[in-house]
Write a protein that binds this ligand. Sequence first.
Ligand SMILES: Cc1cc2nc3c(=O)[nH]c(=O)nc-3n(C[C@H](O)[C@H](O)[C@H](O)COP(=O)(O)OP(=O)(O)OC[C@H]3O[C@@H](n4cnc5c(N)ncnc54)[C@H](O)[C@@H]3O)c2cc1C
Length: 301
Amino acid sequence: MSLDNNLIKKFGNNLSENVNLSNYSWFNLGGKAEYLFKAKDKNQLLEFLKEAKQQNLMITILGAGSNTLIRDNGVKGAVVKLGKNFSFTKLIDKNIIEVGAATLDRNVANFAKENNLSNFEFLSCIPGSIGGAIVMNSGCYDDDISKILISIKAIDKNKLTEIEIKKEDIKFSYRGSNLSENLIFISAKFKGSFDKKDKIEKKQLALKKKKKKSQPSQIKTCGSTFKNISKDKKAWMLIKEAGCNDLKEGDAMISPKHCNFFVNDGNAKSSDIENLINKVKKKVYEKTGANLELEIKIIGE
Ligand SMILES: Cc1cc2nc3c(=O)[nH]c(=O)nc-3n(C[C@H](O)[C@H](O)[C@H](O)COP(=O)(O)OP(=O)(O)OC[C@H]3O[C@@H](n4cnc5c(N)ncnc54)[C@H](O)[C@@H]3O)c2cc1C
């Protein structure tokens, strides 16, 4: 669909047409967005959502793209990214911090460390933004976002209202929650516990070292492709058991270091990654009876 020219003019440089999305996913893959809207601030976001609703424009929100495969034929409607004003860290009470949803997880971990606040160390190992971390209930080594969360501020893209949701009113699960898909998270409050800065730094470094040892880095991937079935039935174990480690589809391959990490090894297409996913899922089911569920999100046509 095409938006009227007045609208394009109204949002100026923040709204672009036919934008290649490959730079917006860690797979470095994906077709074009019909529209890409980079929201300057909350008011502009609300204004855009209002116009989008009137014109029946589909809205897809993207964070840092470290958990999202974008299909080759692109995304219909508007892909929304939160701009710089949504990236901030604030100490609002002795041990409580408020952060914008576009803030990178590692910046939140470092801000907490600078303020002698512990329990945020795991965020230094996760390459996404806080918005994505809330949707995914991201975590590692027995910690996850739900354990430090106090509340979230969000805009409901249908009702066009801002709401604050308390953690007690959210049901978090492993890599998910019951939060509505209509919500665009704009900020969140977290609580830490006091500790010495050098102790926090040591914990951060230890976690990063542990991750580096077991997972590949400097590759085009979105991390774990499938969710673990349980603590003793990890996705990588089932993939290995089913003999899928060496499977390839075009330039889509499985990381030799961690077989739940699927990789664009140069010139893969998104369809190669998706075909590889389906192939592995089928083989794992046939061999082990386990039904692997995707951890990564797939968007587009
Ligand atoms: C090398 C590597 C290692 C990783 N290690 C881990 C790990 O240890 N633990 C872990 O949990 N994950 C890990 N991941 C996966 C990924 O980093 C996390 O899922 C991360 O939290 C995703 O954040 P993002 O901003 O990149 O989300 P995106 O990929 O941009 O989006 C993910 C989902 O969140 C939604 N979303 C994003 N922002 C918002 C918002 N503001 N409001 C509403 N919805 C939003 C999107 O629509 C999408 O559905 C890893 C990924 C990589 C590449």
